[in-house]
Write a protein that binds this ligand. Structure first.
Ligand SMILES: CC(C)(COP(=O)(O)OP(=O)(O)OC[C@H]1O[C@@H](n2cnc3c(N)ncnc32)[C@H](O)[C@@H]1OP(=O)(O)O)[C@@H](O)C(=O)NCCC(=O)NCCS
Length: 231
């Protein structure tokens, strides 16, 4: 029996949010019925393997972030990003469909959660910057999420208000979808989105995720499950 503990889900910032502990049988750390996670990369599919990528960059003990896109770069977040992340996650417009804007301590917890994910899972949400200017855009990446008792991998994104509606979220999320399939060898990807969050639903649709069902999150908030097979 493999014990896998999720700390209090930082996506869930409401007062009703509780830590989630999962006991998962077998060697698959995700261990869901309808989702297969392979720790081994899908090298046969693409020729890009985790093993091949591990030593490429020295910024982590784990796997490097997604390669740059036409306009954007990805890198791991650190505590040095606390000012920009606190501003992003503390913005009531950006957090309109979350329980509440995060304070500085919650933004730090967000960074630490992602650093934990980089170490333990070889992915997380990454800092996204403009490739040419190095200007901070937001975050985008992959996180494990509990959906109706199953752990699935979600693509998530936040874009600073000043840089929204330029196609950045779509560009970053598409790169994360490709990374999930080609580098991590994931076979399924989802997005969990508030029913009123039309921009986020459009991003999900534009990277090929399709509406699957409506459900209720751990905090009692409604959310829509968008998903796609990556195989
Ligand atoms: C969702 C979010 C990341 C989209 O970022 P973005 O960089 O502006 O998105 P894009 O420019 O790639 O646009 C993607 C689609 O959303 C649409 N869109 C973006 N902002 C919109 C808005 N305010 N109203 C309506 N549609 C919007 C775009 O028009 C585009 O669709 P189209 O091609 O059909 O026109 C951004 O609005 C955001 O950070 N929101 C707050 C955080 C959030 O909700 N994250 C997701 C949690 S599930």
């Amino acid at each position: 029996m493999l014990s896998f503990r999720l700390a209090a889900d930082p996506w869930c910032s409401g007062p009703t949010c509780q830590p989630v502990t999962l006991e998962i049988a077998g060697s698959n750390p995700v261990g869901s019925a309808n989702f297969e996670y392979t720790d081994a990369p899908s090298a046969a599919r693409t020729g890009r393997s985790l093993a091949a990528r591990r030593p490429v960059r020295g910024d982590t003990d784990g796997v490097p972030p997604p390669d740059p896109t036409a306009r954007l770069t990805f890198r791991e977040m650190t505590v040095d990003d606390l000012d920009v992340m606190a501003a992003l996650l503390g913005d009531p417009v950006v957090m309109a469909y979350s329980a509440h804007p995060k304070d500085r301590a919650e933004a730090l917890a967000w960074i630490e959660w992602n650093q934990h994910l980089y170490r333990e899972r070889d992915f997380g949400l990454w800092i996204v910057e403009e490739r040419e200017t190095r200007r901070f855009v937001g975050d985008c990446g992959l996180t494990p999420q509990e959906v109706d008792g199953t752990i699935e991998i979600e693509v998530g994104y936040h874009v600073s208000v000043a840089l929204q509606r330029r196609g950045y979220a779509t560009e970053a999320a598409a790169a994360c979808r490709a990374y999930a399939r080609d580098v991590l060898g994931l076979e399924r990807l989802i997005a969990l989105i508030h029913p009123d969050n039309v921009p986020s639903q459009r991003v999900a649709e534009k990277i090929g995720l399709r509406f699957e069902r409506a459900t209720i999150g751990p905090s009692g908030r409604p959310r829509r499950v968008y998903g796609a097979s990556l195989v």
